[in-house]
Design a protein around this ligand. Structure first.
Ligand code: PEP
Ligand code: MG
Length: 590
C-alpha cells in the first residue's frame, strides 16, 4: 500500500518502522492530597530540571536546533507560567494537573494568535509533557531505543526529539501531522533526514513494517517489491557519491554560471552554508533576529548582527531582506492591530511604510555595517547613483555579480524589500534605501501583481528575488500554513511558473538579475525549470545545495528552456512535474 504526504528533502529511506511511544495520559482533575508547599517545591524542581535538560540538548545539537531548544527551555522557566501554576496549586489542583492546565491555557492563546505563533503550540505541549513526566518519575516521552536503524513513525515530533535524532539510527521520519513549515519539516530539512509529514494512515503502520520512504515523491510504500527496494538503494548510493562531490560553483552543463546561495536567519548558520559551498547569502531573513522583541531594535543592536553576517561572507554577496513582519511572522513592534486576514494585511513593505522610522533605522544599520566591513571609502560614487548593480545584461550580469565581484576583503551588500506589490512600492523602497547609502536595492516578487508589472518595477529596482512560497500562496489563494490546502501550495503549478517566466523575461529585457529564494529553489528539477524561465541565481537552505548543484550540471541552457516550456504547457502542478521529469530523463547528460 502507498501512503501519501508532504515530502521533505529529496532523499529516500529504506527500512523497518518503529513508533514513538504514545503520549502521556492527561492528569486527572482530582482533589490534591499533597500539601501546597510540597507540591510547589516539586513543580519548581521539575521545571528547573526540564529547562536544564532542554538547554543541554540544545548545546549538544547546536545550530538551528539549539535556537529552538533554547526557546523551549525559556518556556519551561517562564515566570508567567510559573505564576499561573502556583495559582492553580492554590486552588487545590494536584501538581500534575496544575502544570497541565497552565500550559494548556498558554497553548490555546498561541493557537488563537495564529500563524507562526500557532506553530509553536506543539513546543509548549512538549514542555508540559516533559514536566509532567518528571513529576511522575517516568522517562520523558521521546525517540524509542533500538539497536538497529529504523524509520521513525510518530503522530508529530517535538523539536526536542527531532533535534537529537541519532542520524546513525533514524533513517527517516513519517508523521501523521505537520505541514511543510512545521518544526519537524524545518529541522528534518536542515539535518537532511528524509521525511514525509501529514501522512494520513500513518497511525496504522505496524512496528517492524519494511517500508520505502520517498521524500521526493511524498510517498511511503508499506509493501514495496524487491525491485522498488533495489531502486531505492541505488538512489541512496547515488546520493552518497553526490555528498562527496567537490564544492564547485553552480553551473549548467554548458558552463552558464547559476550562483547557489544560502537562506539564513542569522550569522550562526554561516559556517554550515560555506561548508556546503554556498556562494553567498541570497536571503537573510532579518525578522528572525527579532521575533521575540517587543520594541523595535536599535540601530546599534542591528549593526552588530548585520556586521557579523557581512564579515562571515567577505568576498561574496549577501542579500538582506528588510523586516518582513506579518501573518506567519508577526513582530509586535510592527504589527499590533488585529486583522481578519493577516496574510492580506499590513505586512512586509506595507508595514514598513506605515512605520517608516523602523525602515530608516534598519537601512542605516545596514549601510553602517557595510561601511565597517568594506572601509569608509566604499560608500562614494554610486551611492546615490544609477544603481545598475551588474553593468552587463541578464544572466551574465546576475552570475557575474555573485561570483566574487566584490573582490578580496570586501562584501557585496544587496538589500531588498518583501511583499512589494507594484512600481510605487519599488520606487519608494529603492529611493529610501539609496538615500541612506545602500548601493544595490531591489525587491522581492511574492505578490502576483509584481510579476504583471515587472517591467515597471525594473525601472527602479536593481534586482528582483522571487519568493515562491508567498507567490504560490497568493497565486493559488492557498494559505501556506494550512494543511488542508497543502496540495495547492505547489510551486510547480504552471500559473506560478508563468509569473516566474514574466519576471525572468522582464529581468532579461532590463539587463538585471532575477533570483529565486523560496523553497522552489531547493527542488533540484524545479530549479532547472526556474533557470529555463530566466532565473539567474538560486538561494536555498544549505542542506539542499549539493542536490541542486548536481541537477543543474546535468542540463544545458537550451535543455533547461525546453523543460520550462514543457512545465508551462502542463495543466496542473502534478502534470508539470511528470512532464518535466520525463523530459529530463531523456535529456540527462550525466
Ligand atoms: C517566500 O515567500 O518565498 C520567501 C522566501 O519568504 P518567506 O518564506 O520568508 O515568507
Ligand atoms: Mg515571503
Amino acid at each position: 500500500m502507498v501512503l501519501n504526504g508532504v515530502g521533505v528533502g529529496r532523499s529516500v529511506a529504506v527500512g523497518p518502522t518503529l513508533r514513538m511511544p504514545e503520549p502521556l495520559a492527561e492528569p486527572i482533575d482530582e482533589v490534591a492530597t499533597e500539601p501546597q508547599p510540597e507540591a510547589s517545591a516539586r513543580v519548581q524542581a521539575a521545571l528547573a530540571a526540564v529547562s536544564a535538560d532542554l538547554e543541554a540538548r540544545g548545546e549538544k545539537a547546536g545550530g538551528q536546533a539549539q535556537d529552538v531548544l533554547n526557546a523551549q527551555a525559556l518556556m519551561a522557566a517562564d515566570p508567567t507560567i510559573v505564576e499561573d501554576i502556583e495559582a492553580r496549586l492554590g486552588d487545590g489542583r494536584t501538581a500534575e494537573r496544575a502544570v497541565f492546565e497552565a500550559y494548556a491555557g498558554f497553548r490555546d492563546l498561541l493557537v488563537q494568535m495564529g500563524g507562526y505563533m500557532a506553530e509553536r503550540a506543539t513546543d509548549l505541549d512538549d514542555v508540559s509533557r516533559r514536566v509532567i513526566a518528571h513529576l511522575r518519575g517516568v522517562p520523558a516521552p521521546g525517540i524509542p531505543e533500538s539497536d538497529a536503524p529504523f524509520i521513525l513513525v510518530a503522530h508529530d515530533l517535538a523539536p526536542a526529539d527531532t533535534a537529537l535524532l541519532d542520524l546513525g539510527k533514524v533513517l527517516g521520519l513519517i508523521t501523521r501531522e505537520g505541514g511543510p513549515t512545521s518544526h519537524t519539516a524545518i529541522l528534518a530539512r536542515s539535518k537532511s533526514i528524509p521525511a514525509i509529514v501529514g501522512v494520513e494512515g500513518a497511525e496504522n503502520i505496524v512496528d517492524g513494517t519494511f517500508v520505502v520512504l520517498d521524500a521526493a515523491a511524498g510517498t511511503v510504500d508499506t509493501s514495496p517489491s524487491d525491485g522498488d527496494v533495489q531502486d531505492a538503494r541505488q538512489r541512496l548510493a547515488e546520493r552518497a557519491s553526490l555528498a562527496a562531490a567537490p564544492l564547485t560553483p553552480g553551473a549548467l552543463a554548458d558552463g552558464t554560471a547559476i550562483p547557489l546561495l544560502a537562506n539564513l536567519g542569522s550569522a550562526d548558520g554561516a559556517a554550515e552554508a560555506l561548508a556546503a559551498g554556498a556562494e553567498g547569502v541570497g536571503l537573510f531573513r532579518t525578522e528572525f533576529l527579532f521575533l521575540d522583541a517587543s520594541v523595535a531594535p536599535t540601530v546599534d543592536e542591528q549593526f552588530v548582527e548585520y556586521q557579523r553576517m557581512l564579515r562571515a561572507f567577505v568576498g561574496k554577496k549577501v542579500v538582506v531582506r528588510v523586516l518582513d513582519a506579518g501573518a506567519d511572522k508577526p513582530l509586535s513592534f510592527l504589527n499590533d492591530a488585529p486583522e481578519e486576514n493577516p496574510a492580506l494585511g499590513l505586512r512586509g513593505i506595507r508595514a514598513l511604510r506605515a512605520s517608516e522610522q523602523i525602515l530608516i533605522d534598519q537601512l542605516t544599520a545596514l549601510a553602517r555595517a557595510e561601511e565597517a566591513v568594506n572601509g569608509a571609502g566604499v560608500l562614494g560614487a554610486g551611492r546615490h547613483g544609477s544603481g545598475a548593480a551588474d553593468g552587463g545584461a541578464g544572466r551574465a550580469a546576475g552570475a557575474g555579480a555573485a561570483a566574487g565581484a566584490p573582490g578580496a576583503g570586501r562584501v557585496d551588500l544587496w538589500v531588498m524589500a518583501p511583499m512589494v506589490a507594484d512600481a510605487d512600492d519599488s520606487e519608494y523602497f529603492t529611493t529610501v534605501a539609496r538615500e541612506l547609502g545602500i548601493q544595490v536595492a531591489g525587491v522581492m516578487a511574492e505578490v502576483p501583481s509584481s510579476a504583471l508589472v515587472a517591467d515597471q518595477i525594473f525601472e527602479t529596482a536593481d534586482f528582483v528575488s522571487i519568493g515562491t512560497n508567498d507567490l504560490t500562496q497568493y497565486t493559488l489563494a492557498a494559505d501556506r500554513l494550512l494543511g488542508s490546502v497543502a496540495n495547492l501550495q505547489d510551486p510547480w503549478h504552471p500559473a506560478v511558473l508563468r509569473l516566474v517566466g514574466m519576471l525572468g523575461r522582464a529581468g532579461l529585457d532590463a539587463g538585471k538579475p532575477v533570483g529565486v529564494c523560496g523553497e522552489a529553489a531547493a527542488d533540484p528539477l524545479l530549479a532547472v525549470v526556474l533557470v529555463g524561465l530566466g532565473v539567474t541565481s538560486l538561494s536555498m537552505t544549505p542542506a539542499a545545495i549539493a542536490d541542486v548543484r548536481a541537477e543543474l550540471a546535468r542540463h544545458t541552457t537550451a535543455e533547461a528552456e525546453a523543460l520550462a516550456r514543457a512545465a508551462l504547457k502542463a495543466t496542473s502542478a502534478s502534470r508539470a512535474r511528470i512532464a518535466v521529469t520525463r523530459l529530463a530523463a531523456a535529456n540527462a547528460v550525466g
